[in-house]
Every structure is written in structure tokens, then in C-alpha cells.
Write a protein that binds this ligand. Structure first.
Ligand SMILES: [Zn+2]
Length: 399
């Protein structure tokens, strides 16, 4: 039996006037998603426990089969994929390069700065502030800052994508103490170093937004989540363009399959993702395939791109999986779900439970759900706890 879990990050949404009151996944052309829903079991899953922030780290840890309450921040989860092993006293912050205009956050991605440009800026930050902590290059605007001070873990920081348009000074780390002052000042001081950097001068010349400030958030110490092969007795692997999810996978002992062209953006190489997944399934029991594009479209409020991302997942990834999986193993179980909603009109993650559908060669009598949508009221399941989804898949495969 092979298990495949396709995670369409941020896909769940709300009815939109522009598409006659339909949600993007209902409006999009998705014959394969609908097949999985129609021929399988469906329901809702609560991937974000009450009281936790609906981040992709929390939601995806649930989907990967672990209670996310052990997570402390996304910084440490991104550390493994930049090659950083945290010591016991280390706290890792996610570092966003952002664009600031008139003191307010204008773009939390700094206009999707390239990794090469980010690397130059990280060098400059290490030169100027290397005595405070270490800066590491990640992917595009997503980078890392590590400081050897465990007390930094308890500060309250703000994800920049939640406060676009707001003054940076209104979103400082809290509570106000020596520790928060140090980090707030570091962010403020970064402006001077970055503004006059040749990388940014060139970006302005090219009509792009400069990456003129760093934003530090999502910090935490090394997490203890659990071990996938030990807990499930299965060998698993992850495909994703997002460092955060590579990190979670590393900590729980899932193999990370590097896929050329997996950009975690609209231009990601869907074809490579499915091809590498099928190859990986020859040697793994469980394959997670995560696609970031619908979430990015949600954050940008870009409905056409969201629909296009959903259709790409359907027509490239699911189409080929459903066609080729029987050639790898005649028994297979495939699940499709978002990690959390990223509604077009809200532009950030919400807490709502998300729809899931599980198709298995073992299912004889599917439930009454006919299409994949946010409404799973006809499904076999009501609302399950996110980290039990994998157990349900295993149970179904043994029915
Ligand atoms: Zn997400």
C-alpha cells in the first residue's frame, strides 16, 4: 500500500461575488479533485488547534501526523534547510526581507527578491551586526537569523504578512524589555545598511521595490515533535518548495526530496513535482506533496492565479498520480486537502477547519459528496483532528 497526501496550501476560501458566489476550488476546472471526493471519503479537518496561530508550520505538522502544540516558532523549522543545526541555547528567527514605505510595511516579500540578491544582503548584515547573531541565506525573501539567547523565545513577534500597510513601529516585538529592544533596534538599524546597498540601488533602477528592511519573527528554539517512522511504522518523504516544511520533515525523519524548479510560487514546476513523487514512491510508503502557489495567490488577493494554481494541481499533479500510481502499487490511498484557508478577500490564513478527501483502492462504498469543495456536509466524517488524518488513511487501507 502506498500513501500520497497532496497539500494545496491555502486553497480553502469563501464564496466570491466575482465568480457567482462560488469558491475558487468550486469555480476551477478540477475533474481529478472531484473524482477523489466523489469516489472516496470526505470531511473536514481541524489542522490548527484552538489557541494556536494558523501558520503553515502548525497546519502542516498536523497533516504530517503530529500534534503541533510542540511547535514554538517557524524560525527553528526553517533552520535545517539552510544547513543550520541549532544548539540548546539558540533561538532562530525567520528573517523576511521587506519593503518599507513611509515607515509602513509595503511588501512583506520585498517584491520577491531573488536568492542571489538576498545572499548579498545577508553578507552585509553579517558584516554590520555579526556580533549580535548570525544571518543565513534561505530562499528569496525567506531567510534566517540565529541568536544565542534562549530568553528570546518568549518574545511576542508579528508575521509581516498580517500587518501590511501598518507602521513598523506599531508592530515591534513585545513585551518591552532589554531583549525585545535589542531585536527591534536591529530591525530599525537594518534600514541604513540595506537602503544604500548596491543590490537595492540596482533594483530601484530596474523599477523593482528595494529590500530596505529586515523583519524578524516566528522565533523559537529547537523543537521536539516526534519521529514519523517510529510512530507510523512507515517510511515517508516530502516534496515542497518551502523551507519551513523541509525543516519539519527533517525533524520528524521524513526524507526531503529536492525537486528542480520547486519555487514555492506561481511558477513552480508542477510536472517535476509529480515525476519526483512517483519516483520517490518506489522506495517510500508515504509521500507528501506540498504546493504553495494557492496560498501565495491568496496572500496577494489574486483570484486568477489562485484558480490557475488549483487547476495546475488538478491537471498536472493529480492527473498523473491517478494514472501512474497503479503501476507502482495496485493498492494506494491518496488524500487531498489544504492546510488552512487563505481567502482571497482576507489575504491571510484563517482558523476554519478545511475540507479533505481520501480516495483508496480499498474503498468499496464512497460517501455522498460529489465534488471537492469547502462544503463536506455530505461526507462520511464531520470534523476530525488534523493529526489523525494519516491514521484514518491507514485504517481505510486496512478495512
Ligand atoms: Zn499554509
Amino acid at each position: 500500500m502506498k500513501y500520497v497526501i497532496v497539500i494545496a496550501d491555502g486553497m480553502a476560501d469563501e464564496p466570491l461575488d466575482e465568480i457567482n458566489g462560488e469558491t475558487p476550488v468550486v469555480h476551477a476546472n478540477t475533474p481529478n479533485m472531484d473524482f477523489i471526493a466523489r469516489e472516496g471519503y470526505t470531511g473536514l479537518t481541524k489542522n490548527v488547534p484552538d489557541g494556536m496561530t494558523p501558520g503553515s508550520d502548525v497546519a502542516n505538522t498536523s497533516i504530517m501526523g503530529f500534534d503541533p502544540s510542540m511547535l514554538k516558532g517557524r524560525g527553528p523549522l526553517e533552520a535545517p534547510s539552510v544547513g543550520v543545526e541549532l544548539n540548546d541555547n539558540d533561538v532562530a528567527f525567520r528573517l523576511n526581507f521587506i519593503n518599507v514605505k513611509d515607515g509602513a510595511i509595503n511588501d512583506f516579500t520585498a517584491d520577491h527578491i531573488t536568492t542571489e540578491e538576498a545572499d548579498e544582503l545577508i553578507k552585509a548584515l553579517n558584516e554590520h551586526f555579526g556580533d549580535i547573531g548570525q544571518f543565513y541565506t534561505g530562499v528569496s525573501y525567506r531567510n534566517l537569523f540565529v541568536i544565542s539567547d534562549i530568553a528570546m523565545e518568549d518574545l511576542k513577534s508579528t508575521p509581516p504578512h498580517d500587518v501590511v500597510g501598518q507602521q513598523t513601529s506599531n508592530n515591534n516585538l513585545k513585551p518591552e524589555n532589554e531583549k525585545s529592544k535589542l531585536i527591534n533596534k536591529l530591525m530599525e538599524d537594518s534600514v541604513e545598511v540595506l537602503e544604500n546597498h548596491p543590490v537595492n540601488k540596482k533594483r530601484i533602477e530596474e523599477g523593482k521595490l528595494p529590500a530596505n528592511m529586515i523583519w524578524l519573527w516566528g522565533q523559537g528554539a529547537k523543537p521536539v515533535i516526534g519521529n514519523f517512522p517510529e510512530k507510523y511504522g512507515l517510511k515517508g518523504a516530502t516534496i515542497t518548495g518551502v523551507d519551513l516544511l523541509k525543516g519539519i520533515s527533517t525533524y520528524i525523519d521524513l526524507d526531503v526530496i529536492e525537486v528542480p524548479g520547486a519555487t514555492a510560487y506561481f511558477d513552480t514546476n508542477y510536472q517535476n513535482k509529480v515525476d519526483y513523487a512517483l519516483e520517490s514512491l518506489k522506495t517510500h510508503d508515504v509521500q507528501f506533496i506540498h504546493i504553495e502557489a494557492p496560498d501565495e495567490a491568496g496572500h496577494e488577493g489574486n483570484l486568477p492565479e489562485k484558480i490557475r494554481a488549483i487547476e495546475n494541481i488538478d491537471s498536472i499533479i493529480l492527473e498523473k498520480l491517478l494514472k501512474e500510481l497503479p503501476n507502482i502499487d495496485e493498492d494506494y490511498t491518496i488524500a487531498l486537502l489544504p492546510d488552512h484557508p487563505t481567502p482571497i478577500n482576507i489575504k491571510t490564513h484563517t482558523m476554519s477547519p478545511v475540507p479533505f478527501a481520501i480516495y483508496s483502492t480499498n474503498i468499496k462504498t464512497p460517501d455522498d459528496t460529489q465534488i471537492f469543495s469547502e462544503d463536506m456536509s455530505q461526507g462520511k466524517y464531520d470534523t476530525i483532528i488534523g493529526h489523525t488524518l494519516l491514521n484514518e488513511m491507514i485504517k481505510i487501507s486496512k478495512e
